[in-house]
Ligand binder design. Structure first.
Ligand code: ADP
Length: 260
């Protein structure tokens, strides 16, 4: 059974507007890492929001772990899927420690406090993500990048089988991009979680080495292993003729982290 199965998905933002997603088919296996690529406005965020259960007025079929998304209650969905939006606002006056603990609410009974194990789990993830030093800061005191890492860490804390991340590295420096991408890879392997994330950087898809799904004209234009999908030819057909890979460049491209 696939983690996610999307069949003939159509979605538009208004009755009179064009369909942003127009007959899109998408699937991903359990435990896989999936990168959504495509031009600005191609529909990556829209697809992610549909998978996160935020838009229900789509036509077509969306299955999460074999179940029709429309039949899954919010409470059940919160145990299946963690979602991190492109930009998160609010919660400025909460400490990072408490914000991460909110990640445990999906499994906490009404009127109960988080357990000692919940606290331990949260601290363990904070350490893994290199944000232990931020635990007593308020969210409002963080930089955009720090806030982004806290958001991804909070998704991991939620203990869901599916994690959906909208541009999780957009505010990060090259070192932290590497930290977050490496953790995504590691958590997918060690915990069997399925990741779906959007990115503007095809190199990230190559680094992650999972599956790539390229959205164009409301559908998936290419889909397959990163090394077979992020090719100069395919990327040119999406982003334009000027796409180069490093061997075409007159200078050495700066990158961080060894490609394995
Ligand atoms: P991407 O994430 O690939 O940049 P989006 O899914 O954000 O693309 O947007 C796809 C299209 O839908 C764009 O043309 C965008 O203008 C439009 N769109 C996105 N959100 C809304 C909204 N809330 N209302 C109306 N149109 C929207």
């Amino acid at each position: 059974m696939n983690a996610v199965e999307v069949k003939d998905l159509h979605f538009g933002y208004g009755k009179k507007s064009r369909n942003v997603l127009d007959g899109l088919d998408f699937s991903c296996e359990k435990g896989s890492v999936n990168v959504l690529l495509g031009l600005n406005g191609s529909g990556k965020t829209t697809l992610i929001k549909i998978l996160a259960g935020l838009y229900e007025n789509y036509t077509g079929e969306v299955f999460l772990f074999g179940r029709d998304l429309k039949t899954i209650s919010v409470a059940e969905r919160s145990k299946m899927t963690a979602y991190v939006a492109q930009r998160s606002a609010g919660a400025d006056d909460f400490t990072v420690r408490n914000y991460l603990l909110f990640g445990k609410v999906n499994r906490t009974k009404f009127y109960s406090a988080p357990s000692a194990k919940d606290r331990e789990d949260t601290l363990r993830y904070a350490e893994r993500f290199g944000i232990s030093g931020l635990l007593d800061k308020n969210l409002g005191q963080l930089s955009g990048g720090e806030r982004q890492i806290v958001g991804v860490c909070c998704a991991a804390v939620q203990d869901t089988d599916l994690i959906v991340l909208d541009e999780p590295t957009s505010a990060l420096d090259i070192r932290n991009q590497h930290v977050v991408l490496s953790l995504i890879k590691e958590i997918a392997v060690s915990e069997g979680k399925t990741f779906i994330l959007s990115s503007h950087n095809p190199n990230h898809a190559l680094y992650l080495g999972g599956e790539v799904h390229v959205i164009k004209d409301g559908r998936i234009a290419f889909q397959g292993a990163a090394c077979e999908t992020v090719t100069a030819e395919k990327m040119r057909s999406v982003y334009g003729e000027d796409v180069c890979i490093s061997k075409d460049l007159p200078y050495n491209e700066i990158s961080f982290g060894k490609f394995r």
